[in-house]
Design a binder for this molecule. Structure first.
Ligand SMILES: Nc1ncnc2c1ncn2[C@@H]1O[C@H](COP(=O)(O)OP(=O)(O)OP(=O)(O)O)[C@@H](O)[C@H]1O
Length: 453
């Protein structure tokens, strides 16, 4: 047995190992390092051999070391350490004891963790990206085929790659953020930071610090380390300023200056920091009305309004309701493990409702219907009316005031007007009503309906 052990050239083998090996004596004086040790740490044998670990630490070659602790405790130790060069290593050290339990030597294996940590970072980043995309797909996929949404989709594609400021307007829940996302996803800044700030959600006195960052101790309650602002965070990427109409006037002047100069100074700081950020803004206020009332700076309004996109409310694009409802029905059936179905009439009921909360409200209604229904339930008109709190639509029947002909004309007028409004052209309205286009035109004329196409 001994003969085999003696025939092995340990030093040569140690030099071929991929992990670094470091051996010190009982006082912490370096006796041996293998080739991989030098490769991993960037420290040549001459720099460390014959030197005490404590001196190497004083010289700043090691930021931390485990050999002194192993000598003190006589126990194996595993720890992460950082070398002068910034390389992260996993140290696994063991004491070699004599028969009396005294330390003879310390052996420390150095494993380079940089690659592993890099891989781990990449893995976490990819997992986050997948999760982000999955969420985007579920909640932020832009659905819509109506003649009202088509020009908006076109505008998104037109403007995505231009670095201009976009002002997205529309009532609450119409999809302003969704449009912001679409612009970002289709722009060449996609993959770079996309930071969203809701100006209404942050107290006015903190908004400035959030947007522009602050230096250490610049105001009471500020972190002692200072904080990077959203403009700096969004550098090379896109910043969506949501609810821009809620921004206090004083901050509006600062925002205008910063956008024009493309540099920001942190609160309490003196140094200006350059940034390269594409700015998108969104609001459900009528910004121009705010300008007239002196609540929004006119110059900022014009600066932001370079490319306006207005999203109409859901009640003005009824033809998207069915598509959106089916989209959310699929999502929530999957989410809650159900196979709830909607009767055709449900879509008709949905089209009679005004949807003050727009698509967000539709989404919530569909989710509520799925949650409260049994697994295979088919939702009918009555159930959908109940959830929306609406009465069945009654046709005013004639009780002597209107003749049958007049009643029919009244209903006909209502239906044609609605089809024209929903579908935007006599051709499409005719297709939906299953009559010829010329009949639509004739009837519209007879019933006094304005036609725009
Ligand atoms: N075209 C669309 N297709 C699919 N879902 C949409 C669409 N537009 C909006 N939504 C959904 O409706 C909800 C509200 O959208 P979003 O947050 O973009 O509205 P908003 O106009 O920014 O609202 P607010 O003014 O209240 O911030 C979100 O869950 C979003 O996914």
């Amino acid at each position: 047995m001994e003969k085999y052990v003696e025939s092995v050239d340990y030093k040569k083998i140690c030099d071929e190992l991929y992990d670094g090996i470091y051996i010190a004596d009982e006082k912490g004086k370096t006796l041996y390092v293998n080739k991989s040790y030098s490769r991993i740490t960037g420290l040549s044998p001459e720099l460390v051999l014959g030197k005490y670990v404590s001196d190497l630490m004083k010289e700043g070659l090691y930021k931390n070391a485990i050999t002194p602790d192993i000598i003190r405790t006589k126990k194996p130790i595993n720890a992460m350490a950082e070398i002068r060069t910034g390389v992260k290593v996993l140290l696994s050290g063991s004491p070699i004891l004599d028969h009396d339990g005294n330390i003879k030597k310390v052996v420390v294996i150095n494993r380079d963790m940089s690659d592993l940590l890099d891989m781990q970072k990449k893995l976490v980043a990819s997992q986050n990206e997948i999760e982000h995309l999955r969420n985007l797909q579920i909640t932020n996929k832009l659905i819509g085929k109506s003649h009202q949404i088509q020009p908006i989709i076109q505008m998104v594609h037109q403007v995505a790659n231009l670095d201009v400021t976009v002002l997205i307007t529309g009532e609450t829940g119409v999809g302003k953020e969704v449009i912001g996302n679409e612009i970002y996803m289709n722009s060449n800044r996609h993959g770079k930071p996309f930071i969203k700030v809701n100006c209404a959600a942050i107290p006015a006195n903190l908004l400035e610090a959030e947007l522009f960052g602050y230096e250490a101790g610049s105001f009471t309650g500020a972190s002692s380390k200072g904080k990077i602002g959203m403009f700096e965070l969004a550098d090379k990427g896109t910043l969506l300023l949501d609810e821009i109409g809620e921004m206090p006037l004083e901050l509006q002047s600062k925002l205008l200056r910063i956008i024009q100069e493309k540099e920001v100074t942190r609160v309490g700081g003196t140094k200006s920091i350059k940034f390269d950020v594409r700015i998108l803004t969104a609001t459900n206020c009528d910004l121009y009305e705010l300008v007239k009332k002196g609540k929004f700076r006119e110059d900022l309004y014009y600066r932001l309004n370079v490319f306006p996109i207005h999203i109409p409310p859901l009640r003005d694009r009824f033809s998207d309701i069915e598509l959106l409802t089916k989209h959310y029905l699929d999502i929530y059936n999957t989410k809650y493990g159900k196979q709830v179905l909607f009767d055709r009439e449900v879509y008709e009921v949905f089209k009679t409702y005004t949807w003050p909360g727009n698509i967000r409200e539709l989404q919530n209604v569909v989710e509520r219907l799925v949650i409260t229904s049994e697994k295979h339930k088919t939702i009918n008109a009555e159930l959908s009316r109940n959830i929306l709190n609406i009465e069945p639509e009654s046709i005013e029947t004639s009780t002597g005031e209107l003749s049958l002909k007049e009643t029919v004309e009244k209903v006909e007028k209502k239906i044609i007007e609605k089809a024209l409004k929903d579908y935007g052209s006599t051709r499409k309205a005719a297709a939906v009503l299953k009559i010829s286009q010329s009949s639509v035109v004739k009837k519209a004329k007879k019933l006094g309906i304005q036609i725009s196409d």
